[in-house]
Ligand binder design. Structure first.
Ligand code: NAP
Length: 261
């Protein structure tokens, strides 16, 4: 198919699912489809998705709408992290304003099982209030953005797991930093928790399989979990599996083809 006739998909990324989607879309539909992945550009080390890549913010929903027009995007899949609410809101408004199809690829929610002791909180500030009642050695797995909410807890030691070294020093008095990127196994999570004497886990309710092993490890070790509630996000159609997102793209391509012929 001539280049000018190929349709153009924008994947809003920053997750393993987004990368898998870009890889599969290029492999299966690359003849008919250009695939561009957009990353916020926060991490320096990342696996390159198939297709084209752009990095950095758009400048809010107006900036995103301008980009969508300029890049001649035909449809958008928001495959950002469940806690990345601002970019999803911007995608909703920008696609609405241009009448572009938007799909949200999100992670299935975690459901508590027998033996789980989960404490759901609205955000990091509420987690910090509750934490001293549950433990003294906390495993923080919420990324680097909201750590300062725990800064006043002088009598808690924090094991902080990040993907890569943070831009600023961690604002905690007593802490150990470790760097790792999921997916993790239950055995490795148990080892991490026992090795560091963790007695409470703090996590975002991100859902999905890649980071669920820490919950199984906490259950097995009888460790309570403080879980930051997931924001509502995503407008319009929503799927939870990469293959369903791909099927959505195929349907959109077929529909556009019918209109042309
Ligand atoms: P956010 O609060 O929704 O977005 C903040 C700003 O970052 C957005 O307003 C946008 O800037 C820019 N941005 C975010 N995602 C982008 C993308 N895919 N492409 C281009 N610009 C993007 O998001 P966040 O929580 O900071 O997360 C940033 C990125 O890290 C996302 O891509 C997300 O998938 C990934 N991530 C987030 C988490 C998490 O816990 N939040 C965890 C793992 C990965 P402009 O307004 O200038 O367009």
């Amino acid at each position: 198919m001539p280049e000018a006739e190929r349709r153009h998909l924008l994947v809003l990324g920053g997750t393993g699912e987004a990368r898998a989607l870009a890889d599969d879309a290029v492999a299966r539909l690359g003849q008919r489809l250009r695939v561009t992945t957009s990353l916020a550009g926060r991490t320096q080390r990342f696996a390159q998705p198939a297709g084209e890549l752009r990095r950095g913010g758009f400048g809010g929903s107006a900036g995103l709408a301008a980009y969508l027009r300029r890049a001649r995007i035909d449809f958008v899949i928001d495959a950002t992290h469940p806690f990345a609410a601002r970019i999803s809101a911007a995608a909703g408004s920008a696609c609405d304003s241009l009448g572009l199809p938007l799909l949200t690829l999100t992670r299935p929610r975690w459901k508590p099982q027998a033996g789980d002791r989960w404490f759901e909180v609205a955000g990091a500030a509420e987690a910090a209030l509750l934490l001293p009642r549950l433990g003294r050695r906390a495993f923080l797995t919420i990324g680097s953005g909201e750590i300062e909410a725990f800064g006043a807890l002088d009598d808690v030691h924090f094991l902080v797991r990040l993907i890569e070294p943070p831009p600023q020093p961690v604002p905690l008095r007593s802490h150990t930093l470790i760097f790792a990127r999921g997916p993790f196994t239950e055995a490795s999570e148990r080892l991490t928790m026992t090795h560091h004497g963790v007695d409470v886990l703090v996590t975002k309710a991100s859902g999905g399989a890649a980071t669920a092993a820490k919950l199984a490890a906490a259950r097995a070790l009888g460790i309570p979990v403080i879980m930051l509630r997931r924001p509502e996000k995503g407008r319009g159609e929503m799927v939870e599996r990469v293959e369903d997102a791909l099927a959505w793209v195929e349907r959109k391509l077929e529909k556009l083809q019918e209109i042309v012929t």
